[in-house]
Design a protein around this ligand. Sequence first.
Ligand SMILES: Nc1ncnc2c1ncn2[C@@H]1O[C@H](COP(=O)(O)OP(=O)(O)OP(=O)(O)O)[C@@H](O)[C@H]1O
Length: 271
Amino acid sequence: MPSGVSKPAPAATTPAATGDRPLLRLTGISKRFGGVQALTDVSLDVTAGTVRGLIGPNGAGKTTLFDVISGITPATTGRVEFAGQDVTRQGSTGRARLGMRRTFQRAQVFSWLSVEDNVLAALEWHGGGGGVLADLVAWPKRRSLEKARRERVDEVLEWCGLADSRRVAAGSLPLGLQRLVELARAIVDEPRLLLLDEPTSGLDHGESDRFGELIQSLRGRGAAVLLVEHDAGFVMRMCDRIAVLNLGSVLAEGTPAEIQADEAVRDAYLG
Ligand SMILES: Nc1ncnc2c1ncn2[C@@H]1O[C@H](COP(=O)(O)OP(=O)(O)OP(=O)(O)O)[C@@H](O)[C@H]1O
C-alpha cells in the first residue's frame, strides 16, 4: 500500500448531488473533421460516484469524444449536459468551473514549478482575481484563505503520496510521479467529473495500482470518473460500466462482465 493512499481523502466540499439525473449526459454526439466522420450519434450517461470506462481500437474516437466533453472542440451535432446544465455551447473554462477536470495522454504539468506550486496554482485558478485593489481591500480574508489553500495542498500531496517530492521541480520527476502531480492538480478542488486519458500508459504495475486506488477513493467520495485506457485488465477492474467505441459509434455498453462476454466487442477490440 503506497503511503497516503489508505488515508481518508482530504475534505473540501462534497460534490453537489444531481438527484437521479446523470452527472454527464451525451445525446446524439457527432463530430466531423472535413471528410472524416470521427463520431456518429454517440449517447452516453455518466453517474456521480461511478467509474465509466471508454475503450476501443485506435482511431475509434475516444480522444475526440473527450475533446467534445471537455469543450476543447465543439460537437458537429448533439447535446452535452453536465451538472444539470446544457453546456453544449460552453467552452472548456466554463465546464471546468462547473467541476469538470481532465488529464492528458502526455502528463501536463508546469515542469519548472515545484510539485507543491503546481498543485497550489491549480487551486488558485478558482479563487483570487480582482487585481491589486481587490487584494488590498480583502487582505485579512485573503490571508486566511491562503492558509486554508496551503493546508488543502498539503492534504492532497500527502494523499497522492507526493509529500516527499513537494519541493522538487515537477518536470524532473519520473513519469509515474508526474502523472500523480497531474492528478493532484485535477483533484485538489474536488471535481465532480474527472476525465482520465490513458492514465496508466508508461506506468509500472505498482504505479498503476496506486493510481487505481486513488480512482476508487475519488469514486467513493461521489466523484464520477470517465476513463480512456488501453490496459483492458485495468479497465475491467476499475469500472462500474464500460462503453466500447468502434469507428466512432458505441458498439456496446454494459458491465465489465457483459463487455467481456460480448462477441462483437471481442471481434472488434479484445481479440
Ligand atoms: N483534428 C482532426 N482532424 C482530422 N481528423 C481527426 C482529427 N482528430 C481526430 N481525427 C480522426 O478522427 C478519428 C478518431 O480519432 P481519435 O484520436 O479520437 O481516436 P482514438 O480512439 O482516441 O484513437 P487512439 O486510441 O489512437 O488515441 C480518426 O480517424 C482520426 O484520424
